[in-house]
Ligand binder design. Structure first.
Ligand code: ATP
Ligand code: MG
Length: 415
């Protein structure tokens, strides 16, 4: 017997309704903010992620599914979407003519992490990216979009929006030096990962989940006290716009986001309901990335939502109604054509119809109809054909009655 690969999973049955709810929702909402869909490859050259995410990030250091292709080049299953959107933006010259460009994507991502609650090796993200403006108004609108999208699932008491500014190439290096100095003074008490991070990516220590590191981090200098005037101004305006949008948020100076190319705004929508997997959606501004990947110097900002985690939260909050079949049609062999015709008419009118394929006794057919959650069963037999009146059974009340063929649709529409 074949088994799934570790950390991968099948999604089916009751769960699918939650996925559809989410899929229907972003397809409606995102275009109202000016976003259009972009469909991207699942496989990219490894180098794209090394450059686009950064070789000191956990994702690139240890989480990618990478293999050598027949020609000797290295390919990776995409661990996230931003690098691919930026590649597509540059490769297809989507920056011409200049304008604000807004894209959303949806699909599976792959990371070789330790599987646990809310953490899988194949998971799904919905993401957006907007190119062409440095304005904090765009940052605020994007944060509002994430906030609104998630809260529209009635999750307000499960989620908090946390924001931060992580500075820019002007002010961050000075802050970084201060931070390195501070952590050097506490070197012995850092975890092994953080010792390694110290020179390469000290900001990541701020985000470490190990208790002993958290204690040290508590007294570390924070970036918000070390922003240059431009960043400080940007962050101040961002907060004011967020208030105007009606977003409730906390400022959290420990949100850093891994990437080198992130500047200024960083944000996360977090929950306490999923154990260590706390971020449901996260994003930030990455003004240097497009240039870094060989494109023009155009600013960008975006976020990604973890759909698997969002499904879990919605399930905790609301149980969605089970899928139903509107009508199950039992037809005796010689009247199959009548059954087919009626099923066609009903489906054209938008009803969910199941035909009984392997006719046994009426009793066994009723059982099958029940297992499919059928609201009604329609019986087409000798009596029905000769009288022109069909037998309809209401599966909830158990009531059974006769109805004219041309009244079936009207009846279902009204009941
Ligand atoms: P975490 O801190 O939980 O590892 P991350 O910072 O690696 O998250 P991002 O790269 O920002 O996550 O991805 C955006 C979103 O994708 C996350 O907020 C989360 O909801 C989801 N996500 C990331 N990794 C996984 C995973 N392995 N399984 C399920 N969802 C994930
Ligand atoms: Mg991660």
């Amino acid at each position: 017997m074949f088994k799934k690969v570790k950390g991968f999973r099948d999604i089916f049955g009751d769960d699918i309704r939650y996925w559809h709810l989410i899929e229907d929702s972003f397809k409606k909402l995102f275009p109202t903010f000016g976003y259009e869909e972009i469909k991207l490859p699942i496989l990219e050259k490894t180098e794209l992620f090394v450059r686009g995410i950064g070789d000191t990030t956990d994702i690139v250091e240890k989480e990618m599914f990478t293999f050598k292709d027949r020609d000797g080049s290295y390919l990776s299953l995409r661990p996230e979407g931003t690098a691919s959107v930026v590649r597509a933006f540059i490769e297809n010259k989507l920056y011409e003519p200049p304008a604000i460009r807004k894209y959303y994507y949806y699909g599976p991502m792959f990371r070789r992490e330790r599987p646990q609650k809310g953490r899988f090796r194949q998971f799904y993200q919905i993401g957006i990216e907007a190119f062409g403006s440095e304005s904090p108004l765009l940052d605020a609108e994007i944060i509002f979009l994430l906030y609104k999208f998630l809260n529209d699932f009635d999750l307000k008491d499960f989620l908090r929006m946390e924001i931060n500014s992580i500075g820019c190439p002007e002010c961050r290096p000075k802050y970084r030096d201060k931070l390195i100095q501070y952590f050097k003074n506490n070197y012995e008490d850092l975890c092994e990962d953080c010792k390694r991070r110290l020179e390469k990516n000290p900001l990541r220590i701020l985000d470490c989940k190990v208790e002993s590191c958290k204690v040290i981090v508590k007294d570390a200098p924070i970036i918000l006290d070390n922003l240059c005037d431009v960043c400080d101004n940007h962050f101040r305006k961002l907060k004011s716009y967020l208030n105007q949008f009606g977003v409730e948020y906390n400022v959290n100076p420990y949100i850093v986001r891994g990437l080198d190319y992130y500047v200024r705004t960083a944000f996360e929508m977090v929950t306490d309901k999923l154990g260590a997997s706390s971020a449901v959606g996260a994003g930030g501004r990455y003004d240097g990335l497009i240039k870094e990947l060989g494109g023009p110097d155009i600013p960008g900002i975006g976020f990604a939502i973890g759909v698997d985690r969002l499904v879990e939260l919605i399930k905790m909050k609301n149980e969605l109604k089970k899928d139903e079949v509107d009508i199950y049609i039992i037809t005796f062999e010689e009247f199959t054509e009548v059954g087919i015709n009626i099923s066609n008419e009903l489906r054209d009118a938008g009803f969910k119809v199941n035909l009984g394929y392997d006719l046994g006794s009426i009793k066994s057919e009723m059982k099958k109809a029940n297992r499919l959650n059928s609201r009604y069963v329609l019986i087409i037999g000798e009596d029905e054909i000769s009288s022109g009146k069909f037998t309809l059974k209401d599966m909830n009340s158990g009531e059974q009655f006769k109805i004219n063929r041309d009244e079936i649709i009207k009846f279902l529409q009204e009941n």
